[in-house]
Design a protein. Structure first.
Length: 174
């Protein structure tokens, strides 16, 4: 039962986000095109590495750069000076797969060094969407799902992951 409530919360928020994206896609004029973020720099946060948990939140400040229309890179740094100190240093590479009006669907791989009571690395493989609210074209909201492999707990573990736009990240593009 302890795991059921957080799972339902993630499902609810993801479902609401999908409904919002679908409604936005239906109500948008057909002449609108997908977001081309090539050459643009986004500054925001990402919270999808395992160092951020409900018990101890260590979100990372992130910088995302559009190298081309199809390829983006992200660097992330997060820390918490409480005892024991926590630290996150990571990066992700995004490959856009499908373009929709105000939405880019992508695959992404990430690698991070995480330190809390123990330290280790985490590898992420996710599919996700970055969507843009019409009228606020410079703010990108992300949601993702996929697989994570980590040795931070002292033993190697593989788990499925799912992040709503509240957790996966937000970036403001210049």
């Amino acid at each position: 039962m302890r795991l059921f409530k957080p799972f339902m919360a993630v499902c609810l928020w993801t479902g609401l986000a999908l409904i919002g994206v679908m409604i936005g896609g239906v109500t948008m004029p057909p002449t609108a095109s997908a977001k081309d973020l090539s050459g643009r720099l986004g500054i925001g946060f990402t919270n999808d590495f395992s160092n951020s948990t409900a018990a101890r939140n260590v979100p990372a400040v992130s910088v995302k750069y559009g190298a081309s229309k199809d390829l983006h890179v992200l660097g992330a740094l997060g820390f918490n000076t409480l005892d024991p100190a926590s630290f996150t240093l990571g990066g992700k590479i995004f490959k856009n797969i499908f373009y929709e009006t105000n939405l880019n669907f992508y695959s992404s791989v990430g690698l991070a060094y995480l330190k809390d009571a123990k330290s280790g690395i985490e590898i992420l493989g996710v599919l996700g969407c970055e969507f843009f609210i019409p009228g606020i074209d410079s703010l990108g909201l992300l949601f993702e799902t996929g697989v994570s492999a980590s040795n931070v707990t002292g033993s190697f573990a593989i788990k499925t992951v799912g992040y709503t736009f509240i957790n996966a990240g937000m970036h403001f593009y210049f």
